[in-house]
Design a protein around this ligand. Structure first.
Ligand code: AMP
Ligand code: ZN
Length: 460
């Protein structure tokens, strides 16, 4: 059976034919690093990790390139930096925020059993490519300079008589309707309400780079052009798969297609556009104001990462997912059982009953149903199939031991011990502070002291 993938652009499942089977290329929009990632952010990470593993299984590990970017230029990062490190120069504070949250993101997604992508480019390291794309767009008549901004004109794109795609084709929106429905308070420097920012001036103290298109003042890129630049640099002008959450279809991906296709005068950016559905918590939209906002980090304090992974994959990636405690408990029970019977057996090849649903547009819910079947018929195929899906990274004994350890360590207790240690250090009782540090280490907790105070994390 061949791999078939659903393409958001053509709204159909099509056989997957890579442009080059020796170099299968996938780009997925990664996080904006300003805070802990929430469990909704874990969905594209896990879904596209399964696709990455499946592609490696089909084409060979050396023949798949997976790029997931890190957005490290963003207003939210600047705000966070100013708030958390008011004493530091803004650029230094920003570096602290992106370093910390980047590290945390890696710790979280490693724990979810996600392989690291082949490349994780950072926006700030690709400003040159962004400028090049912007210059090409201005030269081609698709973008213009106004008040130190560079703006992309979707209307110029759709007026061009060429092989370009239509603006709006990916998100199934008509440009005329967008124009008609545009808000009235459009920024004065825009010629048309639908124009979007490729480059903008930086405020004093904000990160800034030399501007393209003859603009004297320094500035910074818009979000959309970051991905066009990083995808181009690492995967070329035209590649196989572009993914992300469904919320990114418009405007982010529509604008990526527009920039890339107009800059390079081509009809496609990616051959398959894949989007995961949204995750909600206990039947409600997750939001800070509703108080149901859960970070991956918090969940990992209560559940092994593989439980979160299984819980995510029980639902097909394009369907919405309702994240519930009940479902998590069931996922934990299932994994306990699978670890007991399959973690220590010699693993065979993944079963056809598991691989075939995966080939059908990544139908992980059917694949998991097949795993339940293998549990009673072929434990070695169960083990091989679980590994293909990114499970069984530990032995049965490690799994059991970690469970006991996890249930024995509670965050409140850790915080209490840390404040005791801080008090001991303040009165220069270093014997006591060392004793508490060792105690925490024995609990699997590593601590780090800095000017800002003491932070901690599980060290395994
Ligand atoms: P962001 O950092 O908000 O740009 O999100 C990073 C990735 O997570 C993007 O691919 C989003 O589409 C995805 N994402 C954000 N929230 C959710 C959610 N509640 N459910 C599923 N995916 C999400
Ligand atoms: Zn992107």
């Amino acid at each position: 059976m061949e791999l078939r993938l659903y393409d958001t652009l053509t709204k159909e499942k099509r056989p997957f034919q890579p442009l080059d089977a020796k170099n299968v290329r996938m780009y997925v929009c990664g996080p904006t690093v300003y805070d802990f990632a929430h469990i909704g952010n874990a969905r594209p990470v896990i879904v596209f990790d399964v696709l990455f593993r499946l592609l490696r299984h089909l084409y060979g590990e050396a023949h798949v390139k997976y790029v997931r970017n890190v957005t490290d230029v963003d207003d939210k990062i600047n705000d966070r930096a100013a708030r958390d490190f008011p004493g530091l120069p803004l650029n230094e504070a920003i570096r602290k925020v992106t370093e910390q949250t980047g590290k945390q993101f890696h710790a979280d997604v490693d724990a979810l059993g996600a392989l690291r992508p082949s490349v994780e480019p950072r926006a700030t390291e690709h400003i040159g490519e962004m400028r090049e794309i912007i210059e090409m767009l201005v030269a081609g008549g698709f973008a213009y300079v106004a008040e130190d901004h560079v703006l992309f004109s979707p209307q110029a794109m759709n007026a061009a008589n060429s092989t370009l795609p239509r603006y709006g084709a990916l998100s199934k929106r008509s440009l005329d309707e967008m124009i008609a429905g545009a808000r009235v308070d459009v920024a004065p420097y825009k010629r048309d309400a639908t124009d979007f920012v490729l480059w903008k001036p930086s405020k004093p103290g904000e990160p800034s780079w030399p501007s393209p298109a003859g603009i004297k003042a320094e500035g910074r890129p818009g979000w959309h052009v970051e991905c066009s630049a990083m995808a181009w640099k690492h995967l070329g002008k035209h590649f196989d798969i572009h993914g992300g959450g469904i919320d990114l279809v418009f405007p982010h991906h529509e604008n990526e297609v527009a920039q890339t296709c107009c800059a390079f005068h081509q009809s496609r950016m990616a051959n398959y556009w894949m989007h995961n559905g949204f995750l909600q918590v206990e039947s409600e939209k997750m939001s800070k104001s509703l108080g149901n906002f859960v970070t991956i980090h918090e969940l990992l304090a209560d559940w092994p990462g593989e439980v979160l992974r299984l819980n995510m994959l029980k639902t097909h990636y394009r369907s919405p997912i309702d994240w519930t405690m009940k479902s998590l408990e069931e996922s934990a029970k299932t994994l306990d059982d699978w670890y007991r019977v399959a973690a220590d057996v010699e693993h065979g090849k993944p079963a056809a009953s598991v691989v075939e649903p995966l080939l059908d547009d990544l139908n992980t819910s059917l694949a998991i149903a097949a795993l339940h079947g293998l549990r009673n018929s072929d434990v070695s195929a169960l083990a091989g199939s679980l590994r293909l899906l990114g499970f069984l990274s530990e032995s049965a004994a490690q799994w059991e031991g970690r469970k006991q350890q996890a249930s024995g360590v509670d965050a409140k207790e850790v915080e209490r011990l840390i404040s005791e240690r801080t008090a001991a250090r303040a009165r220069k009782d270093f014997k006591e502070s060392d004793r508490i540090r060792d105690l925490l280490a024995a609990m699997g907790v590593a601590i780090k002291d800095s000017k800002e105070g003491t932070t901690w994390e599980f060290s395994r």
